[in-house]
Design a protein around this ligand. Structure first.
Ligand code: NAG
Ligand code: NAG
Ligand code: NAG
Ligand code: NAG
Ligand code: NAG
Ligand code: NAG
Ligand code: NAG
Ligand code: NAG
Ligand code: NAG
Length: 366
């Protein structure tokens, strides 16, 4: 009876320990901060709710909720944030497309030119985004505020074109152009040459927008599309950096350096500043002071192979072949033939080397 009680107590203790470690394992946010807004995970340096939850004001986002309990994360007013990636250093946001619409007699009925300036730490991804324009009488231009960069594309067609997922946007009804590295502002303007006069029956509006190549689905943009109220957004990938500094200068100022322990500092491809990553053998959020924790490689044998006895070390792991075996335990262990004559006495108590010991046993007998 006493024994049973004690066992129950032990089980409860174990559960308690599991619950506590489960709650604190790899937190992605500062203590007491909300980890998600609706479906979107908001890892530090980003933060919501309280200013202290974000690294600085550049990373403080607004999470709103509607009466029906739907949450929305906002990168900026009118720009919902849909995904944040610490590894890629990106945030994917919805941005309203530019459009122009014409009535049957060629009069312009609606027009919207999108214009955005990103704050410090942010640039439009040149590797992920393309300017895309859809329409049969459509000229789209993208420039930056300083007008040191400009690109344009033209799309014409005389008949109805099906905009499908597999439309590669090379021919009629759609055109694309890329943007340069380091772009921090953009103006997307849209124009028509003939006010859609001959095409308005099947194409009353032209649209132009920046969009992540990987998520562009042209079937969302049929030629018949007309603007919906504030709902013509495309997914744009915005790159961020921890600070607009060199790693060397950033490290020199302990109070503002963004990377925690066990990390390294690296540069973004677009040359706008640095980001942080956990050192090899560590995992977690590199922007939190204690974010990068040792990986217990022995827990993930499918990723960190070990054919013998695995032993975790800080930042790495060791693997020794079992008794009677030799080799580099991470690459493989071979049965040690030299030992064949003197088998380990208690080999039967080491089940993992059963096959090796069976051989050993055989060679002992014969
Ligand atoms: C964000 O992107 C990752 C990787 O592409 C994906 O696994 C995750 O589901 C996405 N999250 C949301 C909220 O879309
Ligand atoms: C968040 O958005 C709400 C609703 O638009 C606004 O009232 C509030 O001021 C915003 N908060 C911040 C910190 O921007
Ligand atoms: C991160 O980048 C990879 C490679 O470009 C991409 O497949 C993945 O979807 C990206 N994740 C997010 C959340 O953007
Ligand atoms: C970084 O600083 C340089 C020089 O001040 C500036 O031109 C650039 O736009 C900044 N980049 C970001 C991402 O803030
Ligand atoms: C593109 O998709 C449509 C249906 O969505 C299909 O009818 C057509 O054969 C496809 N074309 C190519 C080249 O795969
Ligand atoms: C939009 O851009 C076009 C082309 O530059 C220009 O003609 C038009 O005046 C702009 N419209 C608005 C509302 O800014
Ligand atoms: C144009 O083609 C699309 C897709 O094939 C179709 O849904 C639409 O009804 C067509 N429009 C006209 C005016 O024929
Ligand atoms: C915006 O469009 C999406 C998909 O087209 C739809 O699910 C959503 O309800 C629309 N939202 C508004 C406010 O119209
Ligand atoms: C270090 O960073 C802090 C916080 O950004 C700033 O106030 C301080 O002036 C910086 N010190 C130096 C020496 O640059």
């Amino acid at each position: 009876m006493i024994l049973q009680k004690r066992r129950v107590f032990l089980v409860m203790m174990l559960l308690l320990v599991a619950a506590v470690t489960g709650a604190t394992a790899n937190p992605d946010v500062r203590d007491g901060c909300q980890e998600r807004c609706g479906d979107v995970i908001v890892p530090y340096p980003f933060g919501i709710g309280e200013q202290r939850c974000a690294m600085n004001e550049n990373f403080f986002l607004n999470c709103t909720s509607t009466d029906d309990g739907h949450h929305e994360l906002w990168f900026r007013e009118d720009m919902p944030a849909r995904n944040i990636s610490l590894l890629n250093g990106t945030v994917t946001v919805g941005i309203l497309a530019s459009f122009d619409c014409y009535d049957k007699s060629g009069g312009q009925s609606r027009l919207f030119n999108q214009s955005i300036s990103l704050g410090p730490a942010y640039t439009f991804s040149d590797s992920r985004n393309m300017l895309t324009a859809v329409g049969c009488d459509t000229a789209a231009t993208v420039t930056n505020k300083e007008e040191t960069f400009g690109a344009a594309c033209f799309s014409f067609c005389t008949g109805n074109v099906t905009m499908s997922k597999n439309n590669s946007c090379l021919g009629s009804g759609c055109c694309q152009t890329s943007i340069p590295k380091g772009l921090k502002s953009l103006d997307i303007t849209i124009e028509s040459f003939n006010n859609h006069e001959d095409v308005s029956a099947f194409n009353p509006c032209g649209f132009a927008f920046l969009e992540d190549k990987d998520s562009l689905d042209l079937s969302d943009w049929p030629l018949s599309r007309t603007p919906k109220q504030n709902n013509d957004t495309s997914n744009v990938v915005i790159e961020w950096v921890a600070q607009n500094e060199t790693c060397e200068n950033a490290r020199a100022n302990k109070s503002s350096y963004a990377c925690g322990i066990n990390t390294n500092c690296y540069y973004s491809d677009n040359g706008q500043g640095y980001r942080c990553a956990c050192n090899a053998g560590f995992e977690g959020n590199p922007y939190l002071e204690q974010g990068c924790q040792d990986i217990d490689e022995c827990e993930y044998p499918e990723k960190y192979t070990c054919y013998g006895k695995c032993h975790n070390t800080i930042g790495n792991y060791e693997c020794k072949c079992f008794l009677g075996m030799r080799g580099d335990g991470k690459g493989g262990c071979q049965f040690n033939t030299i030992i064949a004559g003197k088998c380990p006495l208690h080999f039967s108590s080491i089940p993992v080397v059963a096959i090796g010991c069976f051989d050993c046993f055989q060679s002992c007998i014969f």
